[in-house]
Design a protein. Sequence first.
Length: 151
Amino acid sequence: MVQVRLSWVEGADRDVPLPAYETPGAAGADLRANLQERGRVVLEPGQRALIPTGLRIEIPVGYEVQLRPRSGLALKHGITLPNSPGTIDSDYRGALGVIVMNAGQEVFEVAHGERIAQMVVAPVVQAGFVLVDRLSETARGGGGFGSTGRG
């Protein structure tokens, strides 16, 4: 099992649960909002905000953490992460925040302690980049978006 180390940001509410997997087969651990003075963040339709988790994170070298939307919030309220999946690199040690966007049609309030996103720990492979004069041929070739048929 990969171990991800966490520490509290100064002033964070330490009663907010740490990231946790809700079921034995879950790929993502739920992250919760840790808002100053146990407040709320109001998101108008189309608005986005950086929601603090109250945590700092230490990811092992060779891994990353991907931040992803929670499917229930996305379906029921249009709440998503505009940079999904957001990547947190293993050398980052700052406060962990989640960029949340209201893509829905109604005002949405993010409450203190609410589950706002999932984090997935994933291995990273770094590539070497080589400039060449010619690339190998494939059946698809240079065909871009929609080139293999309808969406």
